[in-house]
Design a protein around this ligand. Structure first.
Ligand code: ZN
Length: 156
């Protein structure tokens, strides 16, 4: 089965849609989901490639206009906000529990159709179609994984 959003994922995504600056603790208070779970879910949504980035939203309406500026350019800047609002509305209606996210196996690169095998190390997660691919990956990248984990644990 592919990775599917559940109620927690949906609640966290909706909280972030309202304001992407929220801390894990703020999202936890708002949704009633524990802070470590919020963090883990957020990281997973990044790891599966669904959250691409959390980026600022600009309001060019507050920019002081230079009257000597090219009028066409100003018009283009003003379109930024409605486009963003449209994107938010689309996302808001599409993000639902059970929404499936397509994942390819990190090792054989084939689509993951059956049970999802997850290998978690440091703040990374890698997804595999079978235990064979997972152990193949662990073997191939053992040195790299070990050094990432060492660095991560030193930082915590
Ligand atoms: Zn595989």
């Amino acid at each position: 089965m592919p990775f599917q959003l559940d109620d927690y994922d949906v609640a966290i995504l909706k909280a972030l849609m309202k304001d992407g600056r929220k801390s894990f603790r703020q999202i936890s208070r708002e949704t009633g989901i524990t802070t470590p779970t919020v963090r883990a879910r957020f990281e997973r949504l990044i790891n599966v490639g669904f959250i691409k980035s959390v980026s600022p939203v600009f309001d060019f309406g507050v920019v002081e206009e230079n009257i000597f500026e090219n009028k066409g350019q100003i018009r283009n800047e003003k379109q930024g906000k409605p486009q963003h609002m449209q994107q938010l509305r689309d996302a808001n209606s599409r993000i639902k529990k059970g929404m499936k996210i397509k994942l390819d196996c990190e090792f054989c690169k084939g689509p993951i159709a059956g049970y999802l095998h997850v290998f978690k190390f440091a703040n990374y997660e890698r997804f595999f179609c079978c235990t064979g691919c997972m152990s193949g990956y662990k073997q191939k990248y053992a040195g790299r994984i070990e050094s990432i984990v060492r660095k991560f644990e030193g930082k915590e």
